[in-house]
Structure formats: structure tokens, C-alpha cells
Design a protein around this ligand. Structure first.
Ligand SMILES: Nc1ncnc2c1ncn2[C@@H]1O[C@H](COP(=O)(O)OP(=O)(O)OP(=O)(O)O)[C@@H](O)[C@H]1O
Ligand SMILES: [Mg+2]
Length: 341
């Protein structure tokens, strides 16, 4: 299987509330190799973002990671203190979100935000960048700021923003949606992460800009030899962009394989359903067959296979036993009693 950059083992992230425990991520295991692009797909609410946030250890209250391991180059992120975790976040692992407006600070210039991200990781492991800056003599401080500013300009150029010196002084609202997403990517990449997690990075953008951003991410991926976890609803996007695809349903992984495994040899009825619900290019009748039913409530999950309530192939056994994720051919794993036949 070769060297692994990230190994997630039996990860469980639950949300606790009055109505019960929502098992948003419920025992998932997967890995990412250095430089590899892995897509995570599945309907809304199946646990994609919670998976991403768990890796960054940014799960919102009332959520909690209750089990498993997240090994990054062999080191379990779940055992790190908050300060050590900061070294990973943005340094080795960076994340970009769907809506840059909620992540960028509206009252700081774009340049200041990239500089801040750069400085944050010029910290010495104990001091944050800003604290480190404060502890320096004025000359050293000026020099460090100038270096960070030059690096920020370089990053802006790298992500295709023209006249970067000028645009560094502008505020997020002065940028178009696509340009803001480029700024987000510049912030995320300013510290040369070896893993970038992109959660629906292009969903809010129109199709042309979406294609440009994906092309940019693909370019940066090969320039910087960076692995990417790309989360999206769009199977077309993962098919273009990724090496492997993880299909999630109701907090579980139901199928994993190469893009070809998933597109040409899908085994799980849920994967097949997702593929059928993609509109075909040129099909003017738009006969999209959506999967009947909805994702079950995560605090009241069905017994057995979580998909059995919506599955046309389900048998009695599917309602009783939970099918384990099983490797059916090299690197192609499926959790289905019927799909593996
Ligand atoms: N802040 C929260 N409070 C309570 N429950 C939450 C919270 N965030 C997520 N959950 C639970 O986790 C489930 C999975 O959420 P998640 O955001 O991972 O879905 P997703 O697959 O990313 O969906 P989408 O495609 O809509 O982004 C939700 O359905 C919800 O039950
Ligand atoms: Mg999400």
C-alpha cells in the first residue's frame, strides 16, 4: 500500500443533544497517500464536513470526537495538546471552506490576513507568530514583517491574482466570489501544507469560475506535491480531480475505490443511486433518478445496514446485520451483503 500521509482509524464523532446522540461519523477508516487527491461524496448530512473538521480537531460543540485515531505521518493528532495541534493546523494540514466570506475577516485587508497566516507558523512551536513578533527587537520585527509581506505577494501571484501589491491592501468584500476563493487558497497554502482539506470549495461559484479554481488547485497540487481531500456533492468534480473516491452514507463509509472502480464498477446500491442521480450531458429530458427516501435521522439510525430502508435490494439480513467494509478487489472496498455478489 506504500507510504501513508494520513491514516484515519475507526474515527467516531458524535453530537450530544436532548433528543439523543447523533452519530455523525461512526467508525470510519481511510488513508491518504502523499500527493494523492481523495474525494469524499455523499448526500447532505452524511458526515463529510464533520469528518473534515475532526481531522482538523475543529468539531463544534455539542460535538465530540469519542473514538479512533487520526495518524498524520504516524503521529496521532487526537493525543496532541491544543498548542501542538496549532502547529499542524495551517502548517502541515490546511483547510478551505465553502464560503470564504465566513472565514475571511471583513475588517482586515486581504494582505494582512495572508501575512497573519504566514507569521502564525513562523512561530517557534511555543509562541504564536504574533507573540513571537512582539518579543523581537524592532529591526528584527520589521525584517520579519517585510519577509512575510513579500511571501504574501508571491502567494497572491501563485493563485492568479493580478496586481497583487495593490490588491493586498483591499478588503474581502472588494473581491469577487472566485477571487475570494483564490485568496482563501493563498491563505491555506501560505505555509506549504502537505495536506489540504477542501470542503465544497467551489459550490458557491458559477460553473466557469468553479472550473478555474479546480484547475488552480490541481496545478498547485502538482507544484507543491500536496495531498488533497476534496469534499463535494458533485461526482463530476471528483471524477475529474481525484485519484480515489470515498462514498459516505449516514456516518459510515459504504464504498471506497479508484475513480474507475467507482464510476465503472460501482458495487454499493447507494453509490449506484448517486451515479444515477447525476444529470447526463445532452439528455434533454433530464431524467434524473434521485434515490428514493431521505438520509435517516442520525440519532435514530435503522438497525443493520443504514441504507436498507432505501434500498431496493434489501433482504431480511440487511435489516439485522451491519455489513462490514470488505475489500472485494485490490483497493476497492464495499459494505454491502448484496453489492459484493
Ligand atoms: N454543530 C452541530 N450541532 C449538532 N449536530 C451537528 C452539528 N454539525 C453537524 N451535526 C450533525 O452531523 C451530521 C453531519 O453533518 P455534516 O455537516 O458532516 O454533513 P455533510 O455531509 O457535510 O452535509 P452537506 O453536504 O450538507 O455539507 C448532521 O446531519 C448533524 O446531525
Ligand atoms: Mg458539509
Amino acid at each position: 500500500m506504500g507510504e501513508r500521509l494520513l491514516m484515519v482509524r475507526d474515527l467516531k464523532t458524535y453530537f450530544y443533544s436532548d433528543i439523543g446522540i447523533a452519530k455523525a461519523v461512526d467508525g470510519i477508516s481511510f488513508s491518504v497517500a502523499p500527493g494523492e487527491a481523495v474525494g469524499i461524496v455523499g448526500e447532505s448530512g452524511c458526515g463529510k464536513s464533520v469528518t473534515a473538521r475532526s481531522i482538523m480537531r475543529l468539531v463544534d460543540y455539542p460535538g465530540r470526537i469519542v473514538g479512533g485515531q487520526i495518524l498524520f505521518r504516524g503521529e496521532d493528532l487526537l493525543t496532541l495538546g491544543e498548542q501542538e495541534m496549532r502547529r499542524f493546523r495551517g502548517g502541515h494540514i490546511a483547510m478551505i471552506f465553502q464560503d470564504p466570506l465566513t472565514t475571511l475577516n471583513p475588517v482586515l485587508t486581504v494582505g494582512d490576513q495572508i501575512v497573519e497566516a504566514i507569521n502564525l507558523h513562523h512561530g517557534n512551536g511555543t509562541l504564536r507568530g504574533s507573540e513571537l513578533l512582539g518579543s523581537l527587537n524592532p529591526f528584527a520585527r520589521k525584517r520579519m514583517q517585510e519577509k512575510a509581506w513579500a511571501r504574501a505577494i508571491e502567494m497572491m501571484e501563485h493563485v492568479g491574482i493580478s496586481v497583487p501589491e495593490q490588491r493586498m491592501k483591499e478588503y474581502p468584500h472588494q473581491f469577487s466570489g472566485g477571487m475570494r476563493q483564490r485568496v482563501m487558497i493563498a491563505v491555506a497554502l501560505s505555509c506549504n501544507p502537505s495536506l489540504l482539506i477542501a470542503d465544497e470549495p467551489t459550490t458557491a461559484l458559477d460553473v466557469t469560475v468553479q472550473a478555474q479554481i479546480l484547475e488552480l488547485m490541481g496545478q498547485l497540487r502538482s507544484d507543491l506535491d500536496m495531498a488533497i481531500i476534496l469534499i463535494t456533492h458533485d461526482l463530476g468534480v471528483v471524477a475529474e480531480f481525484c485519484d480515489r473516491i470515498i462514498v459516505m452514507y449516514a456516518g459510515k463509509i459504504v464504498e471506497v475505490g479508484t475513480v474507475d472502480d467507482i464510476l465503472f464498477r460501482p458495487k454499493h446500491p447507494y453509490t449506484k443511486g448517486l451515479l444515477r442521480s447525476v444529470p447526463k450531458l445532452g439528455d434533454r429530458r433530464h431524467r434524473i433518478q434521485s434515490i428514493p427516501g431521505v438520509v435517516p435521522e442520525l440519532h435514530a439510525l435503522p438497525t443493520g445496514c443504514r441504507f436498507h430502508t432505501r434500498c431496493s435490494l434489501a433482504t431480511k439480513r440487511c435489516a439485522l446485520d451491519e455489513p462490514p467494509l470488505t475489500e472485494i478487489e485490490d483497493g476497492h472496498e464495499v459494505s454491502c451483503f448484496r453489492g459484493t455478489a
